[in-house]
Write a protein that binds this ligand. Structure first.
Ligand code: SF4
Length: 276
């Protein structure tokens, strides 16, 4: 019998690569262990992403920075902030980021996809993932698909972040097959600093990322199979104590997580000020 394909998204693979125990809590244990409270930085990121999605949902001649307050307000996520003042500060920051960002866009551009799901299969994976944006751009040999991922975290990014992102590479690999055109360029658009970092993949570098993703999938399937056969789930899905634990949704459930100090849900937005 051929092995079943491993159905996955970039976040599923990333969860296991970050910490096998976190993967188990998220995708294996049922019922899912209780998560901590929502994070303000996730609310902020989701709000900005949705506003940009809806920006492309309005007709091109209405894509004006003046449309942004309405778009941002309509789907603003309120969870996780310390208080209304902090939430207001975050809203103003998000609006400034968006205004700067859309000023650099051509309103007439129609991307190939916005929050577009791309899916493909390999010998091991049945991959699907939702790309923030897939642009159509002219390359040396004709139209290409360019993968765009929005970032709203505090730290700036560099080209290594774009080069090393398995998620971006898998989106490019899938986009080639879905749109039947080359897709090698991947871009991270960091809104707080209005910077874009890019990487040009090659057939070989995409194949390497796919091969790494397949290795991760094999490790996951082996651990799941071992647990199904009676192995200790704590051994098959070990903890990876580290800096991520303070930000882990399962910190209270996990023995390693309980050892690290908790962060407040709003810690990662505390640096935002009304004007910066
Ligand atoms: S608290 Fe740390 S070790 Fe535990 S699941 Fe989360 S990331 Fe893994």
């Amino acid at each position: 019998m051929p092995e079943r394909l491993f159905v996955c998204t970039p976040s599923k693979l990333g969860a296991f690569a970050d910490c096998a125990r976190r993967y188990r809590y998220s995708y294996v244990d049922r019922p899912t262990p209780a998560k901590g409270p929502p994070w303000a930085h996730n609310s902020l990121g989701a709000s900005v992403h949705t506003a940009l999605k809806n920006w492309y949902g309005v007709p091109a001649d209405s894509r004006d920075p003046e449309a942004l307050p309405k778009l941002l307000k309509a789907t603003w996520v309120r969870e996780g902030y310390r208080d209304v003042d902090q939430e207001r500060t975050a809203y103003r920051a998000a609006l400034r980021w968006l205004e700067t960002y859309v000023n650099g866009l051509d309103p007439a551009d129609e991307p190939l996809g916005v929050e577009r799901v791309v899916a493909t299969k390999t010998a091991v994976l049945a991959f699907n993932g939702r790309a923030d944006r897939i642009d159509s751009r002219r390359g040396p040999d004709g139209p290409e698909a360019v993968i765009v991922d929005y970032k709203t975290g505090r730290s700036g990014l560099d080209a290594d972040d774009a080069r090393g992102s398995q998620a971006l590479a898998l989106y490019a690999y899938a986009a080639q097959r879905v749109f039947r055109r080359p897709s090698y360029r991947v871009e991270l658009h960091h809104l707080p600093t209005a910077t874009v970092v890019t990487h040009e993949h090659t057939e070989e570098s995409l194949a390497r990322q796919v091969s790494r993703a397949e290795d991760t999938a094999r490790d996951i399937m082996a651990a799941e199979k071992a647990v199904a056969a009676g192995a200790d789930p704590d051994v098959e899905f070990p903890t990876s104590p580290g800096a991520l634990c303070s930000w882990c949704d399962f910190r209270k459930t996990c023995p390693a997580g309980q050892e690290v100090p908790a962060k407040d849900p709003w810690t990662a937005v505390e640096h935002l000020t009304p004007t910066a």
